[in-house]
Ligand binder design. Structure first.
Ligand code: SF4
Length: 408
């Protein structure tokens, strides 16, 4: 039976065309809706995604979207490895910014205790514990508009000492200018986190004390200083679907893409203006993860805040959609996070392993190769020295022989 069907064709640019065919006649269940994707299976690193193309990805049948995201993911990453970071609040509360989702903002009364900047030793202790629990990256966050000069010196020392433990370092300190970014980079900071939060259009509904352009400027300073960028956003803040697409478009426009892209689900904290906002459907959240994976194929997409409110199935879907990074530990700055033991159990259930294991294996292999190279170099040097000594002795003998010659 012929099936005259509805055909939606969207040109995604760069010779990529997405075609979805929807038959009007009932077919066998597995044929009831088909999608033919002509996207490159491994994805493409592009910065020119149009909003229409991104919305077309969001509109794909869920299974097709996840399938494509998984194809892209497998082309760039071990699909069963998850990078594990730990986050510590090094200065809590009384923030002058008015981010409507944040319990640390001084504008809202959330009952959150305030803490001054932690001492370097305390931070290093926590970093050691995180490393021992399997974290590969240690993130430190301070509730500031931007770091003050006297605080920056302490923060730089934290970076040096945490780095010396063999951990990757990440900081989120608010806005930084070019000079501050350079000093952080010189101290050895690997990543700087600064989220875009939402779309440029919805941004004014969430924050009024700094602009979208301010955020992009900080990200530019971080990139110019040579650090890696960690930038993402928060979903479920009452934004429209187009805002989610526009947020991902902004992130994908950054050149290069952020190495880390945290996708947060809003944690509704009593006392914040967003405490009663409607929940976002978890399937919409998973779609956003999958689209982020497709748009930024080489980035680590982090399943970030809000994970404690997600059941295991939702988390598993997020990993299937291409999330490959999580925060590990009991606290995420000031909101709670699944306990380490629960995470371990979930990893075991899903057959996931921390990326740190692979990285360590690679580092070990590199170390072993480096050691072998060093030994070879030492052997070669010893052989050359022996040869030189022999040659010198032979030369001396020859000299002696020559000296003796006239006497023959
Ligand atoms: S999100 Fe950051 S900048 Fe905004 S209020 Fe909270 S701590 Fe301050």
């Amino acid at each position: 039976m012929a099936t005259a069907g509805l055909r939606l064709s969207v040109n995604l640019g760069m010779n990529v065309k997405l075609t979805i065919s929807e038959p009007t006649m009932p077919l066998a269940s597995h044929e009831s809706r088909t999608a033919s994707l002509t996207l490159a299976p491994g994805g493409e690193v592009r910065h020119d995604w149009t909003i229409e193309a991104i919305e077309a990805l969001f509109a794909l049948p869920f299974i097709d979207l996840l399938f494509h995201a998984q194809q892209v993911h497998r082309a760039h990453f071990d699909p069963n490895a998850v990078q594990v970071s730990t986050l510590l609040s090094i200065k809590t509360g009384a923030c002058p910014e008015d981010c409507k989702y944040c319990p640390q903002s001084g504008h809202y009364n959330t009952g959150l205790g305030k803490e001054k900047l932690l001492e370097v030793e305390k931070v290093v202790e926590q970093a050691q514990a995180a490393r021992d629990a399997g974290a590969s990256r240690f993130c430190m966050g301070a509730a500031w508009k931007s770091p003050r000069e006297r605080d920056l010196d302490v923060v730089l020392e934290m970076v040096r000492q945490v780095k010396a433990l063999g951990l990757e370092t990440c900081m989120t300190l608010g806005m930084v200018d070019g000079d501050q970014a350079n000093r952080l980079a010189e101290a050895g900071l690997d990543y700087y986190n600064h989220n875009l939060d939402t779309s440029p259009e919805y941004y004014g509904e969430i924050i009024t004390t700094r602009t979208y352009a301010d955020r992009l400027e900080t990200l530019g300073n971080v990139r110019q200083a040579g650090m890696k960028v960690c930038a993402g956003g928060i979903l479920g803040m009452g934004e429209a679907p187009r805002d989610r697409a526009a947020l991902l478009q902004q992130l994908a426009r950054l050149e290069p893409h952020p190495e880390s892209v945290p996708i947060n689900m809003l944690v509704k904290v009593p006392g914040t203006p967003l405490e009663d906002v409607d929940d976002l459907d978890p399937i919409e959240f998973i779609r956003a993860i999958a689209v982020a994976r497709i748009l930024m194929p080489e980035s680590h997409v982090r399943l970030s805040a809000g994970r404690e409110q997600m059941d295991e199935s939702t988390q598993a879907l997020a990993f299937l959609a291409g999330a490959n990074s999580i925060f590990y530990g009991d606290q995420l700055l000031t909101t709670s996070n699944p306990q380490v033991e629960q995470d371990r159990a979930l990893f075991a259930k899903l057959g996931l392993h921390p990326e740190v294991v692979e990285k360590s294996a690679r580092v070990c292999a590199d170390d072993a190769r480096q050691q072998a190279d060093l030994e070879t170099a030492l052997e070669v040097r010893a052989a050359r020295q022996a040869e030189a000594a022999l040659a010198a002795r032979a030369g001396k003998l020859a000299y002696d022989a020559t000296l003796d010659a006239p006497r023959v």
